[in-house]
Design a protein around this ligand. Structure first.
Ligand code: SF4
Length: 481
């Protein structure tokens, strides 16, 4: 949709709202609007910040005005927040009557819906007030309000349990057996980049040593370790052993609550790799079917079947008492309501400790960006959640992305007592996360996650390997300021 701004500069706010409400359309700013589009205006009047949106779509026109008192100023930030809220809300109120359906998340566009909810509770709101605030302030539908409040409760508990200065550690392995069509991650296809794995591991061991030194010198407790990717189990047995041994050597794990390795794709998992993980006291793994529909798996370029997933899951259960998470994706091309619900039932029948349901997000850099995706009504997702709730799973963390199928969300479910501390801390920005490996972004968080300073490693393995001396040196000084 074309849009035009008058009297304000809240371009991002208008864009975000249009993307959230019309994810399958492109949105372009124009200097002057003629014909269809959105005109967003703002001005001050009688002590209020006022915003008005006019939308012309097809042969219909709708408008809305939102106004709030000008905040008593401190540093100008509150004024900007109020202006942005008014501008976005006006666009929302004008556009929603022209849509087929009220959006599940109302006018909430942030990627971490539980974060403002947690902060509101910290500032003294009780749960009933929070529910009312999400309803009136953002028009969030009832089921999403429940999800948000549940995730906020989990994050409050995680925050209260943090040790002083506790950090979480992320180690990235950016290789995969082959690239899935929906993925935009810098996952390097092993058929092409397999020769880079050993030099990458050698460099990573250097950074592991540097990060261990950093934590020791600052006496910082390590709360959790997460080895993700990519697919960490693309490492062969010797490489995996070397990495886990380096982690044991350089980090004090005496207060570490969990140690996760994303096993991901079943074709990369062997009994020996599972034994190596068990020997190094890895406590959680992820085995990710994405769907239990073989045709859909083939369509998105996964080279395994649902049966392979079951075999792998049973092997992992025999090897150790890992907590196991399984990921599913809703909205994959070729999938439909029935087969999604069937996938949820079949995965839940295996009785993993956690199940994470993602909604497909259209991402630049993914082959699927221009291709068809599955249709995903919020009712279908609600039916999946209801199945999990009945089986004793609770939603414990959630996040959203741009261009998500149905404008919905990703939700992690857990059996009681099995929530991942890392996932909550990382998603809610409760503590620092130190990230190692190419593409890793360390996050230094303060003020309960209100302020986050990001320090990124190079995105691509080649550059990471070439610059490892500087990167490892930088890691030892990460907390110097
Ligand atoms: S396995 Fe995961 S990281 Fe690798 S290509 Fe597929 S979705 Fe991307």
């Amino acid at each position: 949709m074309k849009y035009c701004l008058q009297g304000h500069d809240r371009d991002n706010g208008v864009q975000e709202m249009l993307i959230s409400l019309l994810p399958d359309e492109s949105h372009d700013k124009v200097e002057e609007l003629s014909g269809e589009g959105c005109l967003s205006r703002a001005w001050e009047e009688n002590g209020d910040i006022c915003a008005r949106a006019d939308i012309w779509r097809g042969d219909k026109h709708r408008s809305a005005v939102v106004q709030c008192p000008i905040p008593v100023e401190t540093d100008g930030e509150e004024y900007k927040r109020t202006l942005t809220y008014n501008v976005k809300s006006a666009v929302y109120q004008a556009l929603v009557p022209l849509l087929d359906k009220r959006p599940a998340w109302g006018s909430m566009t942030g990627v971490k819906p539980a974060k403002p909810a947690r902060l509101a509770i910290r500032e003294g709101m009780d749960l009933a007030e929070l529910d009312a605030w999400l309803d009136t302030h953002y028009d969030v539908t009832e089921n999403r309000r429940k999800l948000c409040i549940r995730a906020a409760e989990y994050s409050l508990r995680a925050e209260d349990s943090l040790l002083p200065r506790e950090i979480q550690l992320y180690i990235g392995i950016p290789f995969c057996p082959a690239k899935c069509s929906y993925c935009s991650f810098v996952s390097n296809d092993m058929t092409r980049w397999g020769h880079m794995v050993q030099p990458y591991v050698n460099s990573l061991l250097q950074e592991v040593e540097a990060a261990g030194k950093l934590l020791r010198e600052h006496s910082i407790p390590l709360g959790s370790i997460y080895i993700g990717g990519g697919t960490p189990t693309t490492l062969n047995e010797q490489q995996l052993e070397a990495l886990l041994t380096a982690v044991d050597t350089h980090f004090d794990r005496s207060v570490c609550r969990e140690y996760t390795v994303e096993a991901g794709r079943p074709e990369t998992i062997t009994e020996e790799k599972l034994r190596i993980m068990a020997n190094h006291k890895v406590s959680r793994i992820s085995i990710n079917p994405q769907t239990m529909n073989d045709k859909v798996l083939e369509g998105v370029g996964r080279r395994h079947t649902a049966e392979d997933i079951v075999r792998c899951y049973e092997m992992a259960r025999k090897v150790s008492d890992f907590m196991i998470n399984m990921d599913l994706i809703a909205g994959l091309p070729g999938d439909n309501d029935e087969s999604l619900i069937d996938s949820v039932r079949r995965v839940a029948a295996l009785d993993p400790d956690n199940i994470t349901i993602h909604c497909l997000a259209r991402k630049r850099g993914a082959r699927l960006y221009f291709g068809p995706t599955g249709v995903l009504p919020s009712e279908t997702l609600d039916a999946c959640y209801a199945i999990l709730n009945e089986l004793g799973y609770e939603p414990y963390y959630l996040y959203r992305q741009k261009y998500m199928a149905g404008g919905l969300e990703n939700v992690g479910f857990c059996k009681p007592g099995t929530a991942s501390h890392y996932n909550i801390c990382m998603m809610e920005e409760l503590s620092d996360v130190i990230a190692l490996g190419s593409g890793g972004v360390s996050k230094l968080c303060s003020e309960g996650g209100r302020k986050v300073n990001r320090v990124a490693n190079p995105k691509f393995p080649k550059e990471y390997i070439e610059r490892i001396e500087t990167i490892a040196d930088g890691k030892t000084h990460l907390l110097d300021e």
